[in-house]
Write a protein that binds this ligand. Structure first.
Ligand code: BG6
Length: 501
């Protein structure tokens, strides 16, 4: 589909996200012929820079971070000619007047009023000022054409998210606001819907009658890197659970949408968030485990503990690991535990979903030394991108004993290169499709789920924060959380479990 001429305004254009994700995404969309025929990118930042310097910075960043590299200077210049840099003081109205003139000039060159896509890649504390200035100068006056993308974290807790929603609603209609959660742009996360609702054989089993428990893991090898200042005020619950993990959970647990219409899908997801059982402060200890990484080693390389990281207080009680259990109070999922965990400085980078089915009703066979393995469906989100079905099969040989086997669908076997999450999401925003973005009620509902936990942890400072060795799978308490119900964290491939033969 052709997209109307568009002006993209990137606030925070000299920041990390712009460097690593946004410009590589624009560049790759451009190479794929997916950018609008006419477009201009205005990069806004506090520093003084001319266009040439900024374009050459972008070129260096593409070399470092883009999946498609620059093949020739000439090819790059064509893309770069769409980018201009504008020095901007966010709290100065004059800066926005200069911007307005520039927007008008670009519209004139388009020969029509173009669409406008505002990308706020800036600290959350600056959103209000920018939004107010956009309103004052009427820069986003056309609800059909103008959109704003807001990065996470969206608020700090439920009340701040509500305030932020209210504030944005003074300038924008809900349909103009695109709250991004980049996990929703990941190929394998989107495939959850295709897998569940594009096939007839899985959905009949997708409920409490057949499913015993569900696990969602998002493990990272990296530590806080140079984001200590930000992370200190966030922690894993706010940084990962409230958004990425709960969004994955909604995709796994939602009812079938009637259509792919944006609000239809978003309603079904909101239903899941509403169904999540709210726990009492007394239950928090029983349902959650929080950890902080200590020194250790990742792939043989020694790494410091969290308290030694730049920008981190030496007595910090910020969690870098969370494991917890959710229940959904509805017909489909009553009493099925959803275990989720996420952590930094874990053994390996791995995001996966494990659907564990109930055991056979009556056990007829004898099993090898590992015994019976439950049927599992494993969806590997990253870096492995595959779907695995694990089942028992006859062990070849004269005796009738069983062993686990696995059927694998590997994404890489049908595609050599997947688009990055930001490419998918930016293209959707350019086209005006909000399906994969979060609506205000979803964000507030997700905050509501974690509120009690946030409060309990704040009031109960150090007592329940476990140290875990960098390079492992988190504190032992995370294993105990599952062991209480006879479960263990499952490995994401059979190879890792199967030592035999
Ligand atoms: C971000 C978090 O939203 O997601 C980071 O703020 C985290 O702390 C990152 O590292 C993980 O994203 P990905 O795509 O690398 O799994």
């Amino acid at each position: 589909d052709t997209i109307k001429p568009t002006i993209i305004l990137v606030f925070g254009a000299t920041g990390d996200l712009a460097k690593r994700k946004l410009f590589p995404a624009f560049y790759n969309l451009y190479l794929d012929g997916r950018m609008p025929e006419k477009f201009e990118i205005i990069a806004l930042g506090r520093a003084k820079k001319d266009d040439e310097t900024y374009r050459s910075d972008v070129s260096n960043n593409l070399t470092a971070f883009s999946r498609n590299k620059i093949t020739s200077d000439k090819a790059y210049q064509k893309f770069a000619s769409h980018i201009t840099y504008l020095q901007n003081d966010i709290d100065q109205e004059e800066s926005f007047q200069v911007l307005k003139l520039k927007l008008d000039a670009i519209d004139l060159s388009f020969g029509e009023r173009g669409n406008r896509l505002f990308y706020l890649s800036i600290a959350p504390s600056l959103i209000a000022t920018i939004s107010n200035n956009i309103k004052k100068l009427d820069l986003a006056a056309n609800p059909e054409q103008d959109r704003i993308i807001i990065e996470k974290p969206f608020g700090y807790n439920k009340s701040s998210a509500e305030l932020l929603n209210k504030l944005l609603s003074e300038t924008f209609e809900e349909k103009q606001i695109y709250r991004i959660d980049h996990y929703l742009g990941k190929e394998t996360v989107q495939n959850i819907l295709a897998f569940r609702f594009g096939n007839s054989m899985f959905e009949p089993l997708w409920n409490r009658n057949f499913i015993d428990s569900i696990q969602i893991t998002v493990a990272e090898e990296v530590g806080v890197e140079d984001r200590g200042g930000f992370y200190e005020g966030a922690g894993a619950l706010r940084d990962m659970i409230q958004n990425h993990l709960m969004q994955i959970l909604t995709m796994v647990a939602m009812e079938a949408p009637n259509s792919l219409q944006a609000d239809e899908i978003r309603n079904r997801k909101a239903d899941v968030l509403k169904a999540i059982r709210r726990i009492t402060p007394e239950e928090v200890k029983h349902y959650t485990v929080r950890g902080q990484y200590d020194k250790g080693s990742i792939k043989g390389k020694p790494v410091p503990g969290y308290l030694k990281e730049k920008g981190v207080a030496s007595n910090s009680n910020t969690e870098t690991f969370v494991a917890m259990k959710f229940y959904l109070d509805n017909w489909r999922w009553q009493d099925v535990p959803f275990y989720v965990r996420t952590g930094k400085r874990m053994k390996e980078k791995q995001s996966s979903i494990v659907i564990q089915f109930k055991p056979v009703t009556h056990s007829t066979f004898s099993y090898g030394k590992e015994g019976m393995m439950p049927n599992r469906l494993i969806i590997n989100i990253q870096p492995a991108m595959d779907i695995r079905l694990q089942f028992m099969t006859k062990k070849p040989g004269l005796s009738l004993s069983l062993k686990p086997a696995e059927m694998v669908f590997d994404y890489f076997s049908c595609s050599t290169q997947s688009p990055e999450a930001y490419e998918t999401l930016l293209l959707d925003a350019l086209q005006g499709d909000p399906t994969l973005f979060m609506r205000s009620d979803q964000v507030e509902e997700a905050w509501d789920v974690v509120t009690t936990i946030q409060e309990a942890w704040e009031n109960d400072k150090f007592s329940s924060l476990y140290q875990y060795e960098a390079g492992g799978w988190g504190p032992e308490a995370a294993n105990e959380l599952l062991a209480r119900q006879g479960h263990t964290w499952a490995s994401n491939t059979l190879n890792k479990v199967e030592q035999e033969e």
